[in-house]
Write a protein that binds this ligand. Structure first.
Ligand code: BJW
Length: 237
């Protein structure tokens, strides 16, 4: 078994937990129903904070009622199994939900932020925030009014932990992308980076991603079935 596995997850891993994906072939993805330029950019937030905050309030309430599925639990099992053999799982998620953590994963890198946290635009303080955010709210850290926003990465903003991610990609024995369309950069470029470092690459998805041609191997089907089966092959028995 490989000692250091790098897993990148996307919205597809949480789809069967009832959290919508952003793009799908039926045209029912979040960004097919709502315009991301009006809801997921710093400019949109500056122009219309009420609409942006209401969009994230609704998704936060939905998340609180969601539950992790078998794919999340399998990845937590993989983390424990690798650690018990002196190996390591680097789990990088583009998802802003906390379903990996609720399934038992201990180390999760949220490169697009976390929906259950708020950040102050004035002082930069980030804190757990499971409630709605209103434009009038005051930052509990610095006391400024109207400066709180969801701790998420919008288009045009720099994703989080990029240095840590690059280092882990460089050191991995296997790169696996699960449930991500390969449409959003820089995450969509990780597979090419991994290949450039000589790391074998594997896609697990419901259907081929936009960057499927970059992967050495692929397995298609719902994450709640394909991920536990793959983990069982690696660590079972
Ligand atoms: C299943 C399943 C089941 C379904 N089982 N599978 C070229 C290079 C670099 C940047 C750019 C570039 N061109 C353009 C850019 C800029 C932009 C970008 O990529 N735009 C594209 C639209 C082209 N990127 C940015 O602005 C990023 N910042 C940036 O680039 O900074 C500069 C920089 C440059 C170089 C290095 C470093 C930095 C920021 C991107 C922020 C993305 N933010 C969002 C919103 C977060 C908050 C929120 O949730 O509201 O992140 S957008 C949205 O897309 C969200 C997701 O994390 C992200 C990716 O989506 P994901 O996870 O792939 O989901 P889907 O819906 O697209 O796909 C679902 C998949 O699941 C499908 O494949 C299905 O088949 C599968 N599936 N059911 C298994 N049951």
């Amino acid at each position: 078994m490989q000692e250091h596995i790098f897993v990148l997850t996307g919205a597809g891993v949480s789809a069967e937990s009832g959290l919508g994906t952003f793009r799908d072939k039926k045209g029912e993805g979040i960004w097919q129903k709502f315009d991301p330029m009006k809801l997921a950019t710093p400019e949109a937030f500056a122009r219309d904070p009420e609409s942006v905050l209401a969009f994230y309030d609704a998704r936060r309430r939905n998340l609180i009622n969601a539950k992790p599925n078998a794919a999340h639990f399998a990845l937590a099992r993989l983390e424990r199994a690798l650690a018990s053999r002196g190996g390591r799982l680097t789990l990088v998620t583009q998802n802003i939900d906390d379903l990996h953590e609720r399934a038992g994963s201990k180390e999760v890198i949220h490169m697009h932020g976390e929906l259950l946290k708020a950040r102050c635009q004035r002082c930069g303080a980030v804190r757990f925030w499971p409630d709605d955010i209103k434009p009038s709210y005051v930052c509990p850290h610095c006391g400024s009014a109207g400066s709180l926003r969801p701790h998420v990465v919008w288009f045009g903003e720099m994703p989080l932990s990029m240095d840590e991610i690059d280092q882990a990609l460089r050191l991995a024995d296997l790169f696996v992308a699960i449930g991500t369309s390969g449409a959003v950069y820089p995450a969509a470029g990780f597979v090419a980076e991994a290949r450039a470092y000589g790391v074998p690459t594997f896609e697990i998805n419901l259907e081929a991603a936009d960057n499927a041609y970059c992967f050495d191997e692929a397995r298609y089907g719902p994450a709640s079935e394909t991920v536990p089966a793959w983990v069982e092959e690696l660590v079972g028995g």
